[in-house]
Design a protein around this ligand. Structure first.
Ligand SMILES: O=C(CO)[C@@H](O)[C@H](O)COP(=O)(O)O
Ligand SMILES: [Fe+2]
Length: 219
């Protein structure tokens, strides 16, 4: 059960402090938005490089940008742990995943709520992780979409069929009252922005989320 707080909900004027506050988490989730793929703008490779320099834990980069084929490799080159690009923003997801892996990062593909999972099931061995969005990407603090759970079940079954160790990540609306639903459906990697940074005790929030996920996990 991996918990990855999203720094979209951190204080951008105190990024180093806010990354150091989540040292007990499994990774820091970094939301890159370009104002085109989503109607919101965050930061680019220079900020990711800066966060990477001070972070005590690995970086899980979530690219919500157009033309992922062109831009995603540059993030892998920064030495981050994992690079997620959106299926909707790549013309050749397999070629891009191979490039990301070749550059030393884990390759991860994200699916917006309206994107079906079936076209990707035979391609799963090309990826280290699939991100099932449980909100429309663009903003923190939205409500969890429980109707995405069939995608997780389908992916978990397909990964078992392939015999691969595929991480299934969920992102959007993950909190104490929803994390168990996603864990039960097969997720093992959980992004949480407002549920972590909105808590009075950030470390306690991470521990509680991890325990709630473990209590409901399908395996
Ligand atoms: O990718 C995104 C939003 O597009 C996320 O990573 C959010 O940052 C999650 O925030 P919460 O829903 O957990 O508040
Ligand atoms: Fe995200």
């Amino acid at each position: 059960m991996r918990i990855q707080p999203s720094i979209l909900s951190a204080d951008f004027a105190n990024m180093q402090r806010d990354v150091e506050r989540i040292a007990s988490a499994d990774g820091v989730h970094v939301d890159v938005m370009d104002n085109h793929f989503v109607p919101n703008l965050t930061f680019g490779p220079q900020m990711v490089e800066a966060v990477q320099r001070v972070s005590p834990i690995p970086l899980d980069v979530h690219l919500m940008i157009e033309d992922a084929d062109r831009w995603a490799p540059g993030y892998a080159e920064l030495g981050v742990f994992s690079v997620t690009f959106h299926a909707e923003a790549s013309t050749d997801p397999v070629a891009l995943a191979r490039r990301i892996r070749h550059l030393g990062a884990r390759a991860s593909i994200a699916l917006k709520p309206g994107t079906p999972v079936e076209p990707y099931l035979e391609l799963l061995p090309e990826f280290d992780q699939v991100l099932v969005m449980t909100v429309e990407p663009g903003f923190g603090g939205q409500s969890f979409m429980a109707d995405m759970m069939p995608k997780l079940r389908t992916l978990r079954a397909a990964a078992e069929r392939h015999g691969i160790d595929l991480w299934l990540q969920v992102d959007g609306g993950i909190a104490l009252d929803t994390i168990g639903i996603a864990a039960e459906a097969g997720a093992d990697t959980f992004v949480a922005g407002s549920a972590v940074y909105g808590a009075a005790d950030v470390e306690a929030a991470i521990a509680e989320l991890r325990a709630a996920a473990a209590a409901s996990h399908a395996h």
